[in-house]
Design a protein around this ligand. Structure first.
Ligand code: NAD
Length: 248
């Protein structure tokens, strides 16, 4: 088992990519703290893990709320005494062109959850990881944080921010055996894409050399590798998982 006795926290793992990672980590022996802002979703993931004999705890918190993040980490550390693996996966998508953003609310929400949330969670985890001389941090970025997209100024800025943050924290963690990497998925079939009209989806697929949208397991398998001992010499990297949509 690749993650035996490891303690992991995956934000936004009530559904989608986060849920797939939670199931993959638990199947490899990790205890998984399943965070989500939606308690029903996180309990759903926990039920699935428990059905397979895995170990997990559901923890409801908004990653963009500092008090709730602090309470979440208090709970993790009181329950398990340590945190080995943190996956910053929770994010929101709010598409709007800049000229239609009449207030700053849209921008503030996206940056608070997608970028400040990553900062809050990493800051809470890092002290424990430093004292254990061990840590694996995986931040979910996006292909849109690299190449941008129409209607996604806030989302792409948040994900580009995640990439810069990842590289800087990788510098800080390396001497303590803490690796920090980012995954930049292309278009993955989850609820996040549910509002894209079918016609637009077809046009996107036509631009993907692999000829299909990605699946949540395409991402979970890479996250599992990065979280494992096999990836101990990999840090500060950004992995595109996009079926060839973007080849840097
Ligand atoms: P999703 O919308 O299906 O799931 C996101 C989960 O995060 C939901 O369960 C939601 O309740 C939770 N969440 C939202 N706000 C939260 C908050 N403030 N605190 C805690 N939990 C919160 O999304 P997904 O497609 O599974 O995406 C997962 C990650 O992958 C995100 O970071 C996303 O930006 C990134 N990503 C997804 C795609 C894609 O095509 N699906 C592409 C590139 C990047």
């Amino acid at each position: 088992m690749k993650l035996k006795n490891r303690v992991s926290l995956i934000t936004g793992s009530g559904r989608g990519i986060g849920r797939a990672m939670a199931l993959a980590f638990a199947a490899e022996g990790a205890t998984v703290f399943v965070n989500d802002i939606d308690a029903r979703e996180s309990s759903g993931t926990c039920e699935l893990i428990k059905k397979e004999g895995g170990s997990c705890f559901a923890v409801t918190a908004d990653v963009g709320n500092l008090d709730e993040v602090k309470e979440m980490f208090d709970y993790v550390l009181k329950t398990s005494g340590r945190i080995d693996i943190l996956v910053n996966n929770a994010a929101i998508l709010r598409d709007k062109t800049l000229h239609n953003m009449e207030t700053s609310q849209h921008w503030d929400d996206v940056i608070r959850i997608n970028l400040t949330g990553v900062f809050y969670c990493c800051r809470e985890a890092i002290t424990n990881m430093r004292s254990n001389n061990y840590g694996r941090i995986i931040n979910m970025a996006s292909v849109i944080g690299i190449c941008g997209n129409f209607g996604q100024t806030a989302y792409s800025a948040s994900k580009a921010g995640v990439i810069g943050f990842t590289k800087s924290l990788a510098h800080e963690g390396a001497s303590r055996n803490i690796t920090v990497n980012a995954i930049a998925p292309g278009f993955i079939e989850t609820e996040m894409l549910k509002d894209i009209p079918d016609g637009v989806k077809e046009k996107i697929i036509a631009r993907i050399p692999a000829g299909r949208l990605g699946s949540t397991s395409d991402i979970a398998s890479l996250a599992l590798f990065l979280a494992s001992g096999d990836a101990s010499y990999i840090t500060g990297q950004v992995y595109g998982v996009n079926g060839g949509y973007l080849m840097p």
